[in-house]
Ligand binder design. Structure first.
Ligand SMILES: Nc1ncnc2c1ncn2[C@@H]1O[C@H](COP(=O)(O)OP(=O)(O)OP(=O)(O)O)[C@@H](O)[C@H]1O
Ligand SMILES: [Mg+2]
Length: 267
């Protein structure tokens, strides 16, 4: 899945040893629509990286390329300094890239442990015929503890959980599957104030644990609350990336407005 590392190439593109994920001239077209155009973008290990942009800017398409949900028209994805061959979601997962799906893909009538191991249940005994309930319960408690989630019990049925707690289950599931780079597409879009706060806290906890998070959001104040880096997309292009500590909301807004003015001038 990985090509051998090519340091000279990496240096030419400005990658550093801290870079965990990178796209090089990545493009995706849907017929006449160029959803992602020659995007060069990189994410540092252990950071929260926000992606901002108007509706239709190409944010979801970019992360679908990275998570193997769709294939690029051209360009490259590099993970930990090596070119990655991502031909489907399992390739991405094997590289530690794990999406938290927008609909969370949880089964309402099952408990947290069952949801955590859906389709990848742990087994034991002769021929691995028996479900290893004890180990699944332990693992669930361990990852919920790791992200310091506020779920009352691993045996709670998902139907009874709040929106924030459901997000915690979906995030914990990515960790159980070996997720190191956790990708979230507008995780707070459908949540109230308190639950949004809970999810932002979960993101913060992931970072504390050394995980990398890519966060798509429309909410500028969230960017300044939790992100280390903010990248702005406009009409399929990556128009800029800033360190959050070196910028402010006005500057980020002016990047977006500037791109719009330029596009209007060119039209
Ligand atoms: N499967 C598809 N088939 C055709 N066009 C698509 C497809 N997916 C996305 N597009 C188009 O690609 C462009 C980028 O869409 P994308 O969903 O990536 O934007 P976005 O930045 O995530 O927007 P939003 O903030 O509304 O979620 C849009 O013009 C969209 O209509
Ligand atoms: Mg989107």
């Amino acid at each position: 899945m990985l090509e051998s590392s090519n340091l000279e190439h990496a240096n030419r593109f400005g990658a550093t040893s801290e870079t965990i994920l990178e796209t090089r001239n990545l493009s995706k077209s849907f017929g006449a629509v160029q959803a992602v155009r020659n995007v060069n973008w990189s994410v540092k290990r252990g950071e929260v990286c926000a992606l901002l942009g108007d509706n239709g800017a190409g944010k979801s398409t970019l992360i679908k390329l990275i998570t193997g949900a769709i294939l690029p028209s051209s360009g490259e994805i590099w993970v930990r300094g090596s070119r990655a061959r991502i031909t489907g979601p399992s390739d991405a997962l094997n590289l530690g890239i794990a999406p938290v799906y927008q609909d969370l893909a949880l089964i309402e009538g099952r408990n947290v442990i069952q949801n955590m191991f859906l389709g990848s249940e742990l087994t034991h005994g002769p021929l691995n015929l028996f479900l290893d309930h004890a180990r699944m319960a332990l693992e669930t408690t361990r990852v919920l503890g790791e992200i310091r989630s506020r779920i009352p019990s691993a045996r709670a049925v998902v139907r009874k959980l709040s929106g924030g707690q459901r997000q915690a289950v979906a995030i914990a599931r990515t960790l159980i599957r070996g997720g190191q780079i956790i990708i979230m597409d507008e995780p707070t879009a459908a949540l109230g104030v308190e639950q949004t706060r809970e999810v932002l806290q979960l993101i913060e906890n992931l970072r504390t644990q050394g995980r990398t998070v890519v966060l798509i959001t429309h909410n500028m104040s969230q960017v300044f609350q939790v992100a280390d880096q903010v990248s702005v997309m406009f009409r399929g292009e990556m128009i800029g990336t800033k360190r959050v500590k070196d910028t402010n909301q006005e500057e980020v807004i002016s990047m977006i407005v500037g791109a719009k003015r330029e596009a209007m001038g060119a039209a």
